[in-house]
Design a protein around this ligand. Structure first.
Ligand code: ADP
Length: 204
């Protein structure tokens, strides 16, 4: 069995994590997006829905047949036990699908996009390098307002719920400070890491 380089990529909302992920993919990395996997598990026909409906009742599923995200958000926001229950259903399923996708990568470097990497020792143990994309909070807020059209306080609430910048940086093998950089300059930093970590020497 081969052991390709496994990079764990994380960053707060609006840090530029997805942008960096795309720049790594452009160099030949295989992206395993845990958020996308989680969404697929809870979309219409998603494999997690029966277990969620059994645990939380039929109200957990919306009229369209997908997870009622607003309903569930309200449930888990107020009650940590509920959150744990939901995570106990989702996390093993996300883990299994993640590993399945990773096996398809062959020798190519794998980038695991994990928003909650900082909070998850489980994840950190499964990657060789942790790459954190960081920027000032004000920049995060401005970017997400522009990208998603959210209200400032909505973005701020999400930022406040996430790991702190310091906590993220503390688990990093490398930090890309995505502040005042053009996309090209950001790409140059990605290229430097790609080389430093030997990912450029992998046969595609
Ligand atoms: P995240 O995945 O961390 O939430 P994104 O990669 O989606 O963040 O970036 C948020 C927004 O900011 C996107 O619209 C992206 O194009 C933009 N952005 C990120 N970094 C830069 C940069 N260095 N220069 C210009 N725009 C950027």
């Amino acid at each position: 069995m081969s052991h390709p380089l496994r990079i764990g990529l994380t960053g707060g909302i609006g840090s530029g994590k997805s942008t960096v992920a795309a720049q790594l993919v452009a160099r030949g990395a295989v992206l395993v997006d845990t958020d996308a996997i989680s969404r697929a598990l809870t979309a219409v026909g998603g494999a997690a829905l029966p277990a969620i409906a059994a645990a939380f009742g039929p109200q957990a599923i919306g009229a369209d047949g997908a997870l009622d995200r607003d309903h569930m958000r309200q449930q888990v926001f107020a009650d940590p036990a509920m959150r744990q229950r939901l995570e106990a259903i989702l996390h093993p399923m996300i883990g299994a699908e993640t590993m399945r996708q990773a096996e398809d990568a062959g020798e190519r470097p794998i980038v695991f996009d994990v928003p909650l990497l900082t909070e998850s020792a489980h994840w950190r143990e499964r990657v060789h390098k942790v790459l954190v994309v960081d920027c000032r909070e004000a920049t995060q807020v401005a970017r997400v307002m522009r990208r998603s059209g959210w209200a400032e306080e909505t973005v701020q609430r999400v930022v406040a719920q996430q790991a702190t910048r310091a906590a993220r940086r503390a688990i990093a093998d490398a930090v890309i400070f995505n502040e005042g950089l053009t996309l090209e300059q950001l790409d140059t930093q990605v290229q430097r890491l790609w080389q430093a970590w030997g990912a450029d020497r992998v046969k595609q």
